[in-house]
Design a protein around this ligand. Structure first.
Ligand SMILES: *Cc1c(COP(=O)(O)O)cnc(C)c1O
Length: 399
C-alpha cells in the first residue's frame, strides 16, 4: 500500500499502530470504525462538518509571510499556517468538532477526554457545550495543580474535571483512566482522544479531521507563492498538528516533511520528550509506536517546557514515516524554543504557543542555510496565551 493510503484495514502503518486493548473494547472500536468510515463518505455529514469548520472554528486559517523573522533568519522565506487563530486558539478543535459530530450521529450523550496541560480538555468541553453533551475530563492530579486556569475554563464550559491520582499523576495516567471509564460506560459514552495515538481507528480519524490544515495549505501556497514549499515543519507531541499538515503533502514528493520534537534540556541529559529521536518501539495506549521506555519497557518520565509536547509516545503514523524516510524528525531544546517564542512576539506581533515555537525555532535554523528563493511552511499550531505563566516564571517573574 502507498504511504498516503495507510493505515491498512486493521489500522497498521507498517509495523506500527494496531489495536492493543482489552477484549471488552474490541466491539466498541469496531463499531466506531464502521460508523466513522460510513460518515466519512456521507456527503451530508461532510457538508455539516464544513459548515461547523467555517462558522464555529473560523476556517480556513490564513497563511502569513513572516517577513521580519525571515530577515532575521537570513535565508529561506518563512511562512506560518495560522492555526493559532482558530476558536479556542489551537488546531485541537479541528478534531474535537469532528469527533463530537461522529458521537452525535452515533447517538452518544456523554463524551470523555484525557488532558495534560488542559488544551484538549478545553477543546472537548467546548464542543460538548456546543452540542449539548455531558463532558468528563480526566486530568493528572499534578497537572490539575499546575494548570488551574484551564481547569477553571473547563468548568465554565460545563465539564466535570476528574483529578487522576495514580502513577506519576500526569497525562499518561489520565489516558489510562479515561480508557477505564470508556470500558465501563461504553453504551452511552464517546472517547475523544487528543492526538493521533490510541488504538485504531483513532490515529486515522484524528489525522483525517486535522488534515483540513494541510488541504488548505496545498491550495493556499500556490496562490500566495506560485508553488508548494520546499519543506513543511510542525512540532510533534502526540503528532496531530504535524500529521494534519503532513498528510496531504505525502504525495508531493519534492516537499520535505520535518517533525520537531521537544529536546527539553538536551537529548543527552535524558530530560526531554523526543520519542522518535531517542525512543524505541513498544506498545502504549493501544498501539505500537516509538516510546521513551527503560530496558524493562517501563515508561520513562518526560520533560518539556511546553506541556503539550510532554508525552512519552507518538502517533504510529509518524513512527512509519520516520522508518520509511518520508518524514525527518529533529529536536529543539527548551531554550531554543523560548528564543523563537520571543522573536515571534517582538518581530511579528504574534504570541505563539511554546509547542509551535519548537517548529519555528527549527525553521529559523534551517532557513539560514538555504537560499532566499526557497520556502519553509511552519504549522503555527496554537497561540501562547496559555503559556504566559510558564514564560514569566522562566524569566524569574510572576504574572
Ligand atoms: C496539544 C498541542 C500540541 C501537541 O499535540 P500534537 O498532537 O502533537 O499536535 C501542539 N501545539 C499546540 C498548540 C497544542 O495545544
Amino acid at each position: 500500500m502507498k504511504l498516503y493510503d495507510l493505515p491498512d484495514a486493521r489500522g497498521h502503518f507498517g509495523p506500527y499502530g494496531g489495536t492493543f486493548v482489552a477484549e471488552t473494547l474490541i466491539a466498541a472500536l469496531d463499531n466506531l470504525r464502521e460508523n466513522y468510515l460510513r460518515l466519512k463518505d456521507d456527503p451530508a455529514f461532510q457538508q455539516e462538518l464544513a459548515y461547523e469548520l467555517a462558522h464555529y472554528v473560523g476556517r480556513p486559517s490564513p497563511i502569513y509571510f513572516a517577513r521580519r523573522i525571515t530577515e532575521k533568519a537570513g535565508g529561506a522565506q518563512i511562512f506560518l499556517k495560522r492555526e493559532d487563530l482558530n476558536h479556542t486558539g489551537a488546531h485541537k478543535v479541528n478534531s474535537t468538532v469532528g469527533m463530537a459530530m461522529v458521537a452525535r450521529h452515533m447517538g452518544k450523550k456523554r463524551v470523555i477526554a484525557e488532558t495534560g496541560a488542559g488544551q484538549h480538555g478545553v477543546a472537548s468541553a467546548t464542543v460538548a457545550a456546543r452540542y449539548g453533551m455531558e463532558c468528563v475530563v480526566y486530568m493528572g492530579a499534578e497537572d490539575v495543580k499546575r494548570q488551574a486556569q484551564n481547569v477553571y475554563r473547563m468548568k465554565l464550559l460545563g465539564a466535570t474535571v476528574v483529578p487522576v491520582e495514580s502513577g506519576s499523576r500526569t497525562l499518561k495516567d489520565a489516558l489510562n483512566e479515561a480508557m477505564r471509564d470508556w470500558v465501563t460506560n461504553i453504551q452511552d459514552t464517546f472517547y475523544i482522544i487528543g492526538t493521533v495515538a490510541g488504538p485504531h481507528p483513532y490515529p486515522m480519524m484524528v489525522r483525517d479531521f486535522n488534515a483540513i490544515v494541510g488541504k488548505e495549505c496545498v491550495v493556499q501556497m500556490p496562490e500566495m507563492c506560485g508553488r508548494q514549499p520546499d519543506a513543511v515543519l510542525a512540532c510533534v507531541g502526540g503528532g496531530s498538528n504535524a500529521m494534519g499538515i503532513f498528510h496531504p503533502y505525502i504525495p508531493h514528493e519534492s516537499v520535505r516533511l520535518i517533525g520537531v520534537e521537544a529536546g527539553g534540556e538536551g537529548i543527552n541529559t535524558g530530560r526531554h520528550s523526543a520519542s522518535l529521536s531517542a525512543g524505541t518501539p513498544g506498545v502504549l495506549h493501544g498501539n505500537r509506536t516509538y516510546l521513551l521506555q527503560d530496558e524493562n519497557g517501563q515508561i520513562i518520565e518526560t520533560h518539556s517546557i511546553s506541556a503539550g509536547l510532554d508525552y512519552p509516545g507518538v502517533g504510529p503514523e509518524h513512527a512509519w514515516l520516520k522508518d520509511t524516510g518520508r518524514a525527518e524528525y529533529v529536536s529543539v531544546t527548551d531554550e531554543e524554543a523560548l528564543q523563537a517564542f520571543h522573536d515571534l512576539c517582538r518581530m511579528e506581533g504574534i504570541i505563539p504557543a511554546l509547542e509551535s515555537s519548537h517548529a519555528l525555532a527549527h525553521a529559523m535554523k534551517m532557513a539560514a542555510d538555504m537560499r532566499p528563493d526557497q520556502i519553509l511552511l511552519v504549522n503555527l499550531s496554537g497561540r501562547g496565551d496559555k503559556d504566559m505563566a510558564t514564560v514569566a516564571a522562566h524569566m524569574g517573574m510572576v504574572v
